[in-house]
Write a protein that binds this ligand. Structure first.
Ligand SMILES: [Zn+2]
Length: 204
């Protein structure tokens, strides 16, 4: 007589996604272009015309370590130059106005467009540096990702599974936390704290 032995099927929850930036590069640069904080999009990025604020007055994100340097000016020269110079040549070929009229039209136009684009361009560059963790923003980005990893580990509810699977689930999380820690340079204490928290929640 054959006896059918029931086979327990272990169901392992899919691995949680690695924490990613909640603010995309495009979003951060557009916020910067609008002269707003790339982190919250509300606070002012600039204290004065081209003086970047030390930190956001809304969320406290620090900007003092940005290194936009001369890149905004180079970009503005390229953009404005590629618009103004062809326009000057086209007007000259078509109408041949006197030079004083050229100067009267193009000099103010060049000045206004350059000064108008300089601040948004610098804001976009700061947003780019902030989102990608360049220069002094590296530590801030690491902190953000670390916080996201811990938040994800705390907010993800374990599925309705049995005690045997809960152990697997807990180990699964533990392994993922180790991977995240290695990838994002998480501090041992905080990663361990998140792991222990999940292990506690998985207790029957
Ligand atoms: Zn902010």
């Amino acid at each position: 007589m054959t006896q059918t032995i029931p086979v327990a099927r272990a169901t392992i929850s899919p691995a949680p996604a690695r924490p990613e930036e909640t603010t995309s590069l495009y979003q951060a640069m557009m916020r910067g272009f609008r002269c707003r904080c790339p982190n919250c999009g509300k606070g002012h990025l600039f204290g004065k015309y081209l003086k970047v604020a030390d930190q956001c007055e809304e969320c406290g994100e620090e900007f003092h370590h940005h290194r936009a340097d001369d890149l905004p000016a180079y970009l503005v020269i390229i953009v404005v130059g590629h618009v103004i110079v062809p326009a000057v040549l086209a007007v000259e070929v078509a109408y041949s106005p006197p030079y004083w009229l050229h100067a009267l039209i193009w000099l103010p136009l060049t000045l206004v467009s350059s000064l108008g684009l300089l601040q948004p361009t610098k804001g976009a560059i700061v947003g780019l540096q902030w989102q990608t963790g360049m220069h002094g923003f590296e530590a801030a980005r690491t902190r953000r990702l670390e916080q996201l990893a811990i938040t994800a580990s705390v907010t993800s509810e374990p599925a309705l599974i049995g005690p045997a699977q809960q152990v697997v689930h807990s180990r699964h999380w533990s392994d993922n936390m180790k991977d995240d820690r290695a990838l994002f340079g998480l501090s041992t204490d905080r990663a361990q704290k998140g792991t222990e928290h999940i292990s506690d929640r998985c207790q029957p």
